[in-house]
Write a protein that binds this ligand. Structure first.
Ligand SMILES: [Zn+2]
Length: 330
């Protein structure tokens, strides 16, 4: 099967981790931003994580340089627009981009300005390319609860104008869910949908907490869900969907290989799973590549592909109208 030509749904893709390496150099030159090198191959080494990182933290270091050049309205808009272009070239029909507004305030932009700039880039991309999109606001677990409240408040006026959901991202520690319970509850009251990074690096109970305490409708990664029998049972019997990102998991040592990734096992157990890139640049991948790697490593068939595509449509935070359109592709 020609995976590239097949329609795709991307639900877990970080904006900063998907910036084109060329764009880093181009923005740095334009704005006089100091970067370690202007050599494209060397820049790639700075932003692309090796296949075997020491830890998730080493992987997360790759985001320093992208964020350095994503501090003005113009640049945020450009990076969002280019991501839609790149995804569209990979035949992605619908993408939910996520990003943390808190990482883009270094030059004094307000959260509102930051969110608006990204939405503008996405809107332009939608006009130019055959792709639809929505935005997820990530709150960083490295930041305070107060900061998360500010992000949720700032994004409120953009709900249903491009912003659809809230997410908790960055390094995972035990019991993080309790700390963010109130802010996620407030977000849900406002109308945000909820997806949470959990069970990425070894703590299965965090998946259970994300579902029970934070009422997550989707789980980012979730590869350790099996360590919590209760979480696993809920996943098997509900619509909670897991956004799986195999290359990223191999890189951060969440799994030891593509072959040992729990994708197919979860899938066969009836858990709703979908494939995502996590970060097109930092993980040096595309959605076609993730499908290709997993169909080879775990013998996934075209029927599996179609089922995952429909899982993606169902789990997306798109309007019913867009979902209907997306179902027609398959
Ligand atoms: Zn992620």
């Amino acid at each position: 099967m020609n995976l590239k030509d097949l329609p795709k749904i991307e639900l877990h893709c970080h904006l900063d981790g998907s910036i084109r390496p060329e764009t880093i150099i181009s923005i740095a030159k334009k704005d006089g931003i100091e970067i370690p090198t202007e050599n494209i191959d060397e820049i790639r080494e700075y932003v692309m994580a090796p296949i075997s990182c020491k830890s998730l933290d080493e992987y997360l270091d790759r985001f320093t340089l992208p964020n350095k050049v994503m501090q003005t309205k113009e640049n945020l808009k450009r990076v969002a627009y280019e991501l839609l272009e790149d995804a569209s070239k990979d035949n992605v029909k619908y993408i939910e981009i996520r990003f943390a507004p808190s990482l883009h305030t270094q030059k004094g932009l307000s959260f509102g300005e930051i969110i608006e700039s990204v939405l503008e880039g996405m809107k332009e991309g939608e006009e130019k390319f055959p792709i639809k999109s929505n935005l997820i606001l990530s709150c960083m677990r490295t930041m305070s609860v107060e900061e998360a409240f500010k992000v949720v408040e700032a994004g409120k006026e953009y709900l249903n104008k491009g912003v659809v959901a809230v997410d908790l991202a960055a390094s995972e520690y035990e019991d993080f869910a309790h700390k963010y319970k109130e802010v996620i509850e407030k977000a849900r009251e406002y109308g945000y949908r909820v997806t949470i990074h959990a069970g990425e690096t070894g703590i299965g109970k965090n998946v259970l907490d994300a579902i029970k305490i934070l009422k997550a409708e989707r789980i980012g990664h979730g590869i350790y869900a099996k360590d919590s029998q209760e979480a696993y049972e809920i996943l098997k019997n509900s619509h909670v969907t897991i956004e799986m990102c195999p290359t990223s998991n191999v890189q951060t040592k969440g799994v030891t290989s593509y072959e040992s990734h729990p994708l197919k096992e979860f899938f066969k157990d009836g858990i709703k799973v979908i494939l995502s890139t996590d970060n097109m640049t930092v993980s040096n991948t595309t959605l076609t590549n993730e499908h290709d790697l997993m169909s080879k490593a775990q013998n996934m068939s075209i029927e599996d592909y179609e089922k995952m595509y429909l899982n993606g449509v169902n789990a997306s935070f798109a309007s019913e109208e867009i979902k209907e359109e997306l179902r027609k592709y398959i």
